[in-house]
Structure formats: C-alpha cells, structure tokens
Design a protein around this ligand. Structure first.
Ligand code: G3P
Length: 225
C-alpha cells in the first residue's frame, strides 16, 4: 500500500453534478496542484464511474467512495476491493453515512482490502462505533456526525468533543489506526482545529466540490498546516 503521510486531507467528491464525467479529473488535478505546491497530502474520492480514469491521470492518492464485501467472481455491479486496486486507486471509504454498512460487511470489506493491499477508511457516526470499528484495524477511521454533513458549521466547532474522544477511544484500541474527522469542514482554521484536537486529518466534500473557487478553497485548507 502507498504510504500516506499525515496530516492528510481527503476530498470526497460524492456524486455532485460538479464532478460528473471529465469534471472529476479537473478537480482531482486541482487537488494535485495544491498538494504539490503545499507539500500536504491531498487524497481524492472520485465517483465510482470515474475511479479508473482519475486514478490513471493523477499522482495523488485516489480512494473509492465505497467497496463491497465481494471477492472477484460471478457477481454483478459490485465494487470489489480487488477491482479498486486494479483501477489504480490506493484505497476506499467504507460505511460512509450516505452508504451505510453492517458491522459484518465492514469487517469483511476491511479484510478484503488488507488482502489485496489497499487502504481502508471506515466512517463512524459516534465515538462508540469508532471504538468498535477500530477492532477491525482499518488504516483510518473518519468520524462524522451525520447532522453536520453538508452544513456550514464544522464538526470542529459544533462538536469538538466527538473528535477528541474518538481520537482517544481509537488510540486506546490501536495506535496504528489514524483518525480523520469530517462534516462541515471548509477552511484552514477548521483543519488546524482538527489537528489540534488530535486528528490526523480531515475528510470533506462540499467545501471544495461546491466552492465558487475550488482552488482557493484548497489553498485555504492547507494554509495553517
Ligand atoms: O465525506 C465527507 C462528508 O460526508 C462531509 O461532507 O460536505 O460536510 O464536507 P461535507
């Protein structure tokens, strides 16, 4: 697996209209350019339909937005960890609040990811769930309170406690699992606060994808690191 240096900024493109077709690569290239200028690792999660196209055309880390607990074989329409790896992506989100999974599915998918050498970022909506997920030893856990997703108030302001407590709870289970936080993160100040609270990075979407000027938004995100 490609080493991901911390702090890490992960931009989830979701399935916004702004990233349909070749526009996904345009935003991914902007992320690459700001990453190169700043020296900060910026990873991207393009929509599934553009995963291979983006992965083969940028040098920053690319993650799938989802992976299914399926091995290669006679199944239709699934996103296998093996195919994600073959597409050139280096990892995947699992259990995003907008693509929920059972504990069993999360565990199986995390194992398949390990087996084929891709990184896993499992999302959690609470400290308790994050601590349980840490038992699966994913590479990262991203804590995101669902009610703050897509809003204008960053989790780091609205609920700093969930970030700090998730970091502590996860590190108690395993120090090798990194912790990201997300929901409403939009500015460099939000990123700085996340790092001050002990997170290894952030996971965000609308702050970049829906920004009037995505390059300026990206430049602001890395400003205080
Ligand atoms: O995956 C990141 C996401 O759920 C947070 O979305 O728009 O609040 O940054 P947003």
């Amino acid at each position: 697996m490609t080493e991901l240096s911390k702090p890490l900024i992960v931009i989830n493109f979701k399935v916004y209209r702004e990233v349909e077709g070749p526009k996904a690569l345009d935003i991914a290239k902007l992320c690459g350019s700001v990453s190169e200028d700043s020296g900060i690792t910026i990873a991207v999660c393009p929509p599934s339909a553009e995963l291979g196209f983006v992965s083969r055309n940028v040098s920053i880390p690319v993650f799938s937005q989802n992976a299914d607990p399926h091995a290669p074989g006679p199944s239709t329409g699934w996103m296998t960890p093996s195919m994600i790896k073959a597409s050139g992506a280096i990892g995947t989100l699992i259990n995003h609040a907008e693509h929920k999974r059972s504990m069993k599915e999360m565990a199986e998918t995390a194992e398949l990811c390990k087996g084929c050498g891709i990184a896993s970022i499992i999302c959690a909506d609470s400290v308790e769930l994050a601590a349980q997920i840490a038992q699966f030893r994913p590479d990262m856990i991203a804590v995101e309170p669902p009610e703050l997703i897509g809003g204008d108030i960053s989790v780091t302001d609205a609920d700093p406690d969930i970030v700090e407590r998730t970091v502590n709870a996860v590190k108690e289970v395993s120090r090798s699992v990194s912790v990201l936080c997300g929901a409403g993160v939009k500015t460099g100040k939000d990123v700085k606060k996340a790092l001050d609270l002990g997170a290894d990075g952030v996971l965000l979407a609308s702050g970049v994808v829906k920004a009037k000027d995505p390059r300026a938004a990206l430049q602001d995100l890395v400003r205080y690191i």
